[in-house]
Design a protein around this ligand. Structure first.
Ligand SMILES: CSCCC(=O)C(=O)COP(=O)(O)O
Ligand SMILES: [Zn+2]
Length: 204
């Protein structure tokens, strides 16, 4: 039901908005309907308010079905929904995800192990490792989508775009939110750990 999907996407948007996660109109969201069409957030609008111009109904290829302008990054949501069974896709810019993407960008990934919250990604064993890929941020969004596609290998996941933001996707809105929150926790943890280790080293 498309009104259920719109309702779910509105809840996700309002939860993110309540935490101030759409700075400078950044960020966008997508959800897939049963018929393959999507709702995505409108491009360039204030995402802290919700009204009848907040979401755009687009075709499965990302073409607008109304007069509203869909997110400039709609193609990323389109590729995620085309290649996985995900139903919800979240793209958010935070300072932490940007700093992590710059520090680890040359390695092309950030790896977490021995951290409880990797369980949010379904990694329950002591030896499990969470790898979040980091891709470049070309200004041409079609090129950006080409860089994202090789990482769309599971129905839930996360990818960092260097000095830009994170894309997470999940089979449900709840799952996508869980992955987003867990990833941001891990980024904050890593940054604080790096700072503490640097400080301790300097003391010696
Ligand atoms: C002002 S943020 C630059 C564009 C961007 O990265 C973004 O996430 C928001 O773009 P949209 O077209 O979805 O508003
Ligand atoms: Zn963005």
């Amino acid at each position: 039901m498309t009104c259920d999907t719109l309702h779910n996407l509105t809840i996700v948007k309002e939860r993110l908005a309540a935490r101030g996660l759409f700075p400078g109109t950044s960020g966008n969201l997508g959800i897939r309907n049963d018929d393959g069409t999507l709702y995505v957030t409108t491009s360039g609008v204030d995402k802290y308010i919700t009204n009848d111009r907040s979401f755009v109904h687009v075709s499965k290829e990302g073409k607008p079905l109304t007069e509203l302008k869909p997110s400039l990054e709609t193609v990323l949501h389109v590729e995620i929904f085309k290649r996985t069974k995900a139903r919800t896709s979240i793209h958010i810019h935070t300072v932490s995800n940007n700093v992590i993407s710059e520090i680890y960008g040359n390695q092309g990934k950030i790896v977490f192990r021995n951290q409880e919250l990797i369980k949010a990604f379904g990694l329950w064993h002591e030896e499990d490792v969470l790898t979040i890929p980091i891709i470049d941020n070309p200004s041409d969004v079609s090129h950006l989508a080409e860089l994202l596609v090789p990482h769309l290998t599971a129905d839930h996941g996360a990818v960092l775009i260097r000095n830009h933001g994170i894309n997470v996707w999940g089979r449900t809105s709840t799952e996508a939110m869980k992955l987003f929150e867990a990833a941001e926790f891990l980024f904050d943890y890593q940054l604080q750990l790096n700072a503490a280790q640097y400080y301790i080293k300097g003391e010696k």
